[in-house]
Design a protein around this ligand. Structure first.
Ligand code: FRU
Length: 490
């Protein structure tokens, strides 16, 4: 009897103890409140721009601005993650650490198949990273020359990196903001072309060996948006009706269409020396407040895949997450379209997203899974609203307003909005399509929505932080199809 009683007591003790422990222990990684389930975010700590995006040996590499010692911006490293399908990511050890030349700011990576750099050994193709060395000492001392371009290479599929002894390879001529090199192979002249953000314009450089850079030309002093510093550019060709056009992406901060950071682009021609735009209109790749520093993967052939940082410098350091801060957008396929005589970029989620759609889309229910894909198609576009809500009287409203011909996302009452004064708001985007018919895709991930309207001609990204999950959906003037999306984290 005595032993039976003892065993019972022991069981009761263990049970109570484990319940208490479970309550005390922090939520498992990737299960925390506000953790994106279908977007890449680092396991812990701070991230901003995507960097060094390159496809190599059936693997998509994503490097990213990373501060491994805290959850606010700090001395920058390149974090590293890889994916076989652009959706499921594996975080790897840090690729690049700061050194005596400074922090590792944004940049790109290329596959040097012809070993033009000479970094290749024993027939191994080098992956070469071209990045900005940002010297914090020089910055403090008030010089203008604290940002210079440098190289690192990897001979083992990006797992380990060696910095080039001759760094920096492109010295600052005296421009305070001199950064974010995006390098591509210009096959016609067998040379590398570097597109560099140089304060309020772009400077193009070329080199045959990735080391000896020569200035080609400048672009943009009097063209485009100039409400802030030009950063993180990209240059690549895209075909439309059999003709090649060149797209020049220029991120800008602040000065975006809905405040703060945003991605503008120009369409034109590039002849290896000079970029000439087809017109001088300012155009935005994503009108929402939360897509920035977006650029494309290199080495993907004719397909162009775009990825942005899903935040805004206005409040990126204050958003209410602590273990990690900030995430990337869903990768998007971008194409050129001609609408009303204008050359426009269209973005849609990569088709690989289908791999995590669970079950066939059915007509929308009022219950909303935390991660969901919503779709509609209509023959005649009229006002509509889609409201995501919870039982804490919080809501996120997405819609189209015929009178102004604008799409919008309103996060005014979407939960935590007061951590920074620019966060609260209703954001609008023009409709570019002119047909009566319209379509919409919404990718929802608990704390973010990405809107793709009219086959991606209008795109908006917005994050939000409800106090309780938005688990309810109502619609007006629209009928949606809905499917749950499976978490990418095991
Ligand atoms: C853009 C940016 C880049 C810079 C990096 C620093 O968000 O300011 O211009 O290289 O972030 O983290």
């Amino acid at each position: 009897m005595k032993t039976k009683c003892g065993v019972l007591m022991l069981i009761v003790f263990i049970t109570i103890n484990s319940i208490c422990k479970a309550q005390d222990s922090p939520p498992k990684t990737y299960k925390e409140q506000y953790r994106p389930q279908i977007h890449f975010s680092p396991k812990e700590h701070w991230t901003n721009d995507p960097n060094g995006m390159v496809y190599f040996n059936h693997t998509y590499h994503l490097f990213y601005q990373y501060y491994p010692k805290g959850s606010t911006w700090g001395p920058m490293h390149w974090g590293h993650a890889t994916s076989a399908d652009l959706i499921h990511w594996k975080e790897l050890p840090i690729a690049l650490y700061p050194d005596s030349l400074g922090y590792i700011f944004s940049g790109s990576a290329v596959v040097d198949s012809n070993n033009t750099s000479g970094f290749g050994k024993k027939g191994k193709t080098p992956l070469v990273a071209i990045f900005t060395h940002h010297d914090p000492k020089g910055e403090k001392e008030g010089t203008d020359k604290f940002q210079n371009q440098s190289l690192a290479y990897s001979l083992d599929n990006g797992n380990t990196w060696v910095k080039y002894k001759g760094n920096p390879v492109l010295r600052n001529p005296g421009i305070k903001d001199f950064r974010d090199p995006k390098v591509m192979w210009y096959a016609k002249e067998k040379k590398w072309v570097m597109t560099l953000a140089t304060k309020d314009h772009i400077t193009f450089y070329s080199a045959s060996d990735l080391k000896n850079w020569k200035k080609e030309s400048e672009f943009g002093l009097e063209i485009g948006a100039h409400g802030g510093v030009w950063e993180c550019p990209d240059l690549f060709p895209l075909k439309l009706n059999g003709k090649i056009y060149w797209v020049l992406i220029v991120n800008i901060n602040p000065g975006g269409p809905n405040g703060g950071s945003a991605t503008q682009y120009f369409v034109g021609q590039f002849d290896g020396n000079k970029f000439t735009p087809v017109d001088t209109k300012t155009r935005w790749l994503d009108y929402g407040p939360d897509e920035y520093a977006g650029i494309t993967w290199g080495n993907t052939g004719a397909r162009k895949i775009f990825l942005g940082w899903m935040s805004n410098w206005q409040y990126a350091n204050q958003v209410p997450t602590e273990k990690w801060r900030n995430a990337m957008t869903i990768p998007r396929d971008i194409t050129l379209k001609k609408v009303n005589g204008e050359m426009l970029l269209a973005s849609v989620p990569v088709p690989e997203l289908k791999g995590i759609v669970s079950g066939l889309a059915t007509t929308v229910k009022t219950k909303l899974p935390a991660q969901s894909l919503l779709k509609m198609r209509t023959a005649s576009l009229n006002d509509y609203t889609i409201t995501l809500s919870n039982d804490a009287s919080e809501e996120l409203v997405i819609g189209y307003d015929k009178k102004t011909n604008q799409y919008y996302i309103d996060r005014t009452k979407a939960g935590k909005v007061d951590f920074q004064h620019d966060f609260k708001g209703r954001f609008v985007a023009p409709r570019f399509a002119t047909a009566k018919a319209s379509d919409l895709t919404l990718v929802i991930d608990g704390t973010s929505v990405e809107l793709f309207a009219d086959n991606g001609l209008t795109t908006m990204t917005s994050i939000f932080f409800p106090n309780k999950p938005f688990d309810h959906i109502t619609t007006k003037g629209i009928s949606l199809k809905q499917a749950a999306l499976k978490s990418i984290w095991k």
